[in-house]
Design a protein around this ligand. Structure first.
Ligand code: AMP
Length: 190
């Protein structure tokens, strides 16, 4: 069983790597950002609320995220999953730990993709011209990065301290295929 978490600031390449690795190992790729962007298209009351929060660069509430993840992970087959964009708060990580404990499951690998603000800002601005995401604007990038530094980095630091045997730092400034190669090497080794 391979259950993996990807951490990293916005624009670090979590989504790209999670997609490549999930395809390679036939794992479910659970991108909470993607799931939320799909929900926005439903245009109901929740969609309007989500759109407002996400286009500001702030985090969506733990209750919404936990229920999304619960419903997806409860229906998982047994090959494993990749969490891309979750947990992002300490409350979410507690919720995840409880869920895993109750279902007799655990996380096997945690990859923390590191990247400087300068590089990620330029990457996201390039992506904005290709994908036109509402939150890929310069003024929103700063808020998303602050949310990462003030909240999500505390979660990855917590795992780094408590789960050091499965926690791997990855240099996100390399080429995509180099990063994938590094991750695959770690997955094969252990
Ligand atoms: P991403 O595609 O992972 O960069 O996520 C895009 C946006 O979705 C974030 O800026 C948040 O507003 C929201 N989001 C995604 N995952 C989470 C999460 N685990 N907790 C709270 N908000 C989230």
């Amino acid at each position: 069983m391979n259950n993996i978490i990807f951490f990293g600031p916005p624009g670090a390449g979590k989504g790209t790597q999670a997609k490549l690795i999930s395809e390679d190992l036939s794992l479910s790729h659970l991108s909470t950002g993607e799931i939320l962007r799909k929900k926005i298209l439903e245009k109901d009351a929740l969609a309007i609320k989500l759109k407002e929060i996400m286009s500001s660069g702030k985090l969506v509430s733990d209750d919404i995220l936990n229920s999304i993840v619960l419903s997806r992970l409860s229906n998982e087959s047994n090959k494993g999953f990749i969490l891309d964009g979750y947990p992002r708060t300490l409350a979410q990580s507690e919720y995840l730990n409880n869920f895993l404990e109750n279902s007799g499951n655990r996380i096997n690998y945690i990859f923390n993709i590191k990247l400087s603000f300068e590089i990620l800002k330029n990457r996201i601005l390039k992506r904005s011209s290709e994908e036109s995401r509402e939150d890929d604007k310069i003024e929103v990038i700063q808020t998303r990065y602050s949310e990462y530094k003030n909240t999500t980095e505390k979660v990855s630091n917590f795992y780094k301290k408590t789960q050091s045997h499965i926690f791997y730092e990855i240099d996100g400034s390399q080429q995509i295929h180099e990063i994938t190669k590094n991750i695959k090497k770690i997955l094969k080794k252990s």
